[in-house]
Design a binder for this molecule. Structure first.
Ligand code: CTP
Ligand code: CA
Length: 210
């Protein structure tokens, strides 16, 4: 199972809080795994990415809540999960049914935290299942990534740093470091997301001894 893309959190019928995630990294990993013969459940937030691969079953979701519900439903039937989605950390507490008008002198939106999907799967995963997370960091990258690996009970975490030009949101390239539970780190060069997907799948196979 793979989660990918951004989530959109509704403010009113015409507005949302979102982020710049394109979904490219998750779609690239899905294609790579499907090419290797895996049956992939791809849970995607709003993304322009397309796939016609017969081994990929795409489930479209919009909000963090919908992504959480789809993930919890499908994870028990999967060998593992790769969490590439840029899930909103906060969502409007009280989305309104009618469009908010501009005649306000000021306007505050109260936000409430979303559920951590990766951490929730980390709590229910069996010994046979693997869980891979991503971390996008701007500072103390290595330390933050390793903390997330522990906290969410992941087997591997893929760090991409916003400080590396050409890496992260909207780019066709990415520069990653993969950390395993044993504390090992593997640093990769700047590559296309297709090549990065192959590196991640290789690291997963090595780590799990499939
Ligand atoms: N993640 C998730 N559900 C969330 C938030 C994050 O599944 N509600 C997953 C992401 O898909 C990623 C990993 O957790 O695989 C780390 O996401 P990241 O945003 O880097 O970490 P957070 O735990 O949200 O912490 P912060 O944004 O405060 O750094
Ligand atoms: Ca986050």
């Amino acid at each position: 199972m793979i989660t990918t893309g951004p989530t959109y959190e509704k403010i009113d019928p015409v507005r949302f809080i979102g982020n710049f995630s394109s979904g490219k990294m998750g779609f690239s990993i899905a294609e790579k795994l499907a090419d290797e013969g895996a049956l992939v459940t791809l849970i995607s937030g709003p993304s322009a990415c397309q796939t016609t691969h017969p081994n990929i079953h795409r489930i479209d979701v919009v909000s963090a809540k919908e992504m959480y519900e789809a993930s919890i439903e499908h994870f028990p039937n999967c060998d593992g999960a790769i969490m590439t989605a840029a899930v909103a950390d906060f969502t409007p507490l009280n989305p309104v049914d009618a469009k908010v008008k501009r005649e306000k002198s000021n306007y505050t939106i109260e936000l409430t935290p979303t559920k951590d999907i990766a951490a929730s799967l980390g709590k229910i995963k069996s010994e046979k299942q693997f869980l891979v997370g991503f971390a996008l960091e701007t500072n103390d990258e290595e330390q933050n990534a390793q903390l997330k690996l522990e906290k969410k009970n992941l087997d591997l975490i893929v760090l991409n740093s916003l400080n590396d030009s050409g890496a992260g949101f909207q780019h066709d390239t990415n520069k990653i470091t993969i950390f395993s539970r044993s504390g090992q780190a593997k640093v990769f060069d700047l590559k296309t997301k297709k090549e990065v997907a192959a590196d991640i799948v290789d690291a997963l196979i090595l780590n799990q001894n499939f």
